[in-house]
Design a protein around this ligand. Structure first.
Ligand code: NAD
Length: 392
């Protein structure tokens, strides 16, 4: 099969196995070039391991730390006629590289919110890996089925309290325009907290503790985006921000309930980057295209793998990591500092349909977007036949 990108709105509906493998290899090469981590975690569980920040976490733990990794993801396998999802191919490439490096790796594909997956993980850890000393929680999902009641919760991306008018860039129509977003009602806020808040993170830690699979001093982190004034109305202070606030509650609850095991639970605040999850958020393609421009000019731009390697090296694997006032591992200062935000705000105020491509780094955004699905990766021949049926 010859595979070219099929873009529909903010998503690409296919993926390129060789491109995904090359992009995974680039991330492995990057962490290996950065040097080994201090206080390396030995057994790492990554929930949401196949794309974006979770994949970068798994690669860092394994290839900069030599860790055994068990991953959980929700990806579609390929068929004779249809490609698998990018996360499927990324995971296959990760397994191949881990095997070649003599590293234990296993991945379970299914719904991480459900009881069945938690049991499968427990069984796999008991059989093959033992207690975990690091749990990464990196799920991004539009819905969650309640494991007790079967109720389906849906997350919404809406402001809270008042409507909000802002600029946005429609990647499909190549159009800078204004959108008006109506505020969420209370039910939408609560449902978003159910999906993207900390409840499931806590359930994971409870299940692992009950099965005696948390090592003494085990660390765990869930990822958040805090942002600044430009994104607060649609992120930080919006429905998704309310869900992310719930992660702070969950971190404190995990530390308290697992005190006998000395579990350290952190929310890590990361920078805005192009991932499958962020490209679905209104305003983000415009905001990210502008921060790419500013941060590349400042020499501070990083991709997922750069952010996560630094998170592991500078914070997560340190004995007493420095936290912000809210107890978070804050990695996002290069984006949210006042000087950088002021430059982005100036561009934001100036940007129009006419000057968008000149003022922004949309080319960089689009390249990163394609690369999420294994396209536009250097060294890959996209005119060549490629076998879509890849597995691990
Ligand atoms: P992503 O879409 O790239 O990754 C999501 C992962 O979750 C994938 O591995 C997917 O397979 C898995 N997943 C989704 N639903 C699942 C389910 N039901 N069961 C099992 N696995 C499931 O997203 P991302 O941007 O890397 O986001 C990861 C975390 O980082 C999120 O909490 C997000 O809010 C946070 N974050 C993202 C950004 C950003 O700019 N992208 C910035 C800061 C924080």
């Amino acid at each position: 099969m010859i595979i070219k990108p099929k873009i529909r709105g903010f998503i690409c509906t296919n993926a390129h196995p060789k491109g995904c493998a090359a992009s995974v290899q680039q991330q492995i090469d990057y962490v290996q070039s950065q040097g080994e981590l201090p206080n390396k975690p030995k057994n790492v569980l990554v929930i949401g391991c196949s794309t974006g920040y979770g994949l970068a976490s798994r690669i860092t733990a394994a290839f900069a730390g030599g860790a055994n990794t068990l991953g959980v993801c929700f990806e579609k396998p390929p068929s004779e006629t249809k490609t698998g999802t990018a996360g499927w191919y990324n995971t296959a490439a990760f397994h191949q590289a881990a095997k070649a490096a003599g590293l234990y790796a296993d991945t379970l594909n299914g719904d991480a919110f459900g009881k069945e997956m938690k049991q499968q993980v427990i069984d796999t850890l008991k059989a093959n890996m033992g207690k975990v000393d690091l749990v990464i929680y990196s799920l991004a999902s539009p819905r969650r089925t309640d494991p007790e009641t079967g109720e389906i919760y849906k997350s919404t991306l809406k402001p809270v309290g008042q409507s909000f008018k802002t600029k946005t860039y429609d990647t499909d129509k190549n159009l800078v325009h204004e959108i008006a977003l109506e505020p969420a009602n209370e039910d939408e806020i609560q449902q978003t907290i159910k999906v993207m808040g900390g409840e499931d993170w806590e359930l994971w830690l409870n299940a692992l503790a009950d099965a005696d699979l948390l090592a003494d001093g085990c660390k765990t982190t869930a990822y958040t985006y805090v942002g600044k004034e430009l994104t607060w109305p649609i992120y930080g202070q919006a429905t998704i921000g309310k869900a992310k606030e719930d992660l702070d509650r969950a971190a404190a609850a995990i530390v308290k309930s697992k005190a006998a095991l000395n579990v350290q639970a952190y929310v890590s605040s990361l920078k805005a980057l192009v991932t499958q999850a962020s490209s679905a958020i209104p305003v983000m393609p415009l905001y990210i295209s502008l921060i790419y421009k500013v941060m590349k000019d400042e020499g501070t731009h990083q991709g997922c793998i750069g952010q996560i390697y630094d998170l592991f090296a500078d914070k997560l694997t340190q004995t007493q990591p420095q936290t912000d006032a809210l107890g978070r591992l804050y990695m996002n200062d290069k984006e949210t500092n006042d000087a950088t935000q002021a430059k982005i705000k100036t561009l934001w105020d100036q940007v129009t349909q006419e000057n968008f491509h000149e003022l922004s780094d949309y080319a960089g955004y689009h390249h990163d977007f394609l690369q999420l699905f294994g396209f536009d990766v250097q060294g890959v021949d996209y005119d060549a036949e490629v076998e879509p049926l890849v597995s691990w």
